[in-house]
Design a protein around this ligand. Structure first.
Ligand code: G3P
Ligand code: CA
Length: 278
């Protein structure tokens, strides 16, 4: 998307919905992703974990306690157990979430989310974040690449419909993906807290040290505010920049001014309005 401001043409960041339109609808539910698409999001972000019986499901936390009416660790439960749970149960009685159909509030498998993306009449990007890189010794990454390959999504298809990238805070997870699917676009996530120090030298070193095969740099908005020069540094090295979590108009405008490629937000409608002016 391009727009002209004061005789300068800038490319606006793509808007990717973080866990769906999760400020409005319970995160990682089909209803949250449907709302994000209705809000005009260019892409969807999700976290994936592996169940005990080998299904990739979209759940952020190690446990289901915060986001469902159940209890337990995702990796010790089977898909059938998760299918008994309501992932919109924490919504306020009488609130807007009451209107979510039963089919939109259960556990969301990554396979079902891929189907949603495939059925979109317009191209949609999907940013999949792998959690828990150490527990399964590579099984999460293998399962993910197998599933994406089955959907013919393990290679980029420029200009041809929807596309997928994989993100992780773990360089180990990203290296595993590179070995399994060298053409799959990858983003390394980091934050102020994870970097430890954010001196110009430390941030430049982090950008310069991105493993080969990693196409994108994914700083938190806090790190970007502190070190805005990281956008130019990443671009100079041919890396795209994906910033999370960008929920205010001021932060969205900062990202646009700096030339950030993707903003990841819980509020796709508001951030789109801030960027596009409507
Ligand atoms: O998009 C990156 C962001 O989602 C990373 O943090 O904890 O929300 O998965 P988290
Ligand atoms: Ca995430």
């Amino acid at each position: 998307v391009q727009t002209t401001r004061a005789q300068t043409t800038v490319t606006l960041p793509l808007v990717v919905a973080h866990r769906g339109a999760s400020a409005d609808v319970p995160e990682h539910t089909l209803a949250a992703y449907a709302k994000a698409l209705a809000d005009g999001a260019d892409g969807l972000e999700c976290d994936v974990r592996l169940t005990r019986d080998g299904h990739l499901v979209c759940v952020h936390d190690r446990r289901v306690d915060r986001t469902s009416d159940g209890r337990g660790v995702v990796s010790t439960l089977e898909l059938a157990d998760l299918e008994q749970l309501d992932f919109a149960s924490w919504a306020q009685p009488g609130g807007a979430y009451d209107s979510i159909e039963p089919g939109g509030r259960g556990v969301l498998t990554l396979s079902r989310l891929l189907d949603l993306v495939a059925s979109s009449p317009r191209p949609v990007q999907l940013a999949i974040e792998t959690k828990h890189p150490t527990r399964w010794a590579g099984r999460v990454e293998r399962s993910l690449v197998d599933l994406l390959s089955a959907h013919d999504l393990a290679r980029p298809r420029p200009g041809q419909g929807s596309s997928v990238r994989v993100m992780s805070f773990s360089t180990l997870a990203l290296r595993r993906i590179t070995d399994l699917a060298p053409a799959l676009p990858l983003v390394w996530l980091t934050s102020r807290a994870r970097l430890g120090i954010a001196t110009p030298r430390a941030v430049a070193g982090a950008v310069a040290g991105l493993p080969s095969g990693v196409d994108g740099f994914g700083p938190s908005i806090g790190l970007l505010r502190e070190r805005p020069e990281l956008v130019a540094a990443a671009h100079e090295r041919g890396r795209s920049v994906h910033v999370w979590t960008v929920d205010s108009a001021a932060d969205a405008e900062l990202c646009a001014r700096l030339g950030v490629d993707v903003v990841i937000t819980n509020r796709p409608a508001a951030v789109r309005a801030a960027l596009h002016g409507s």
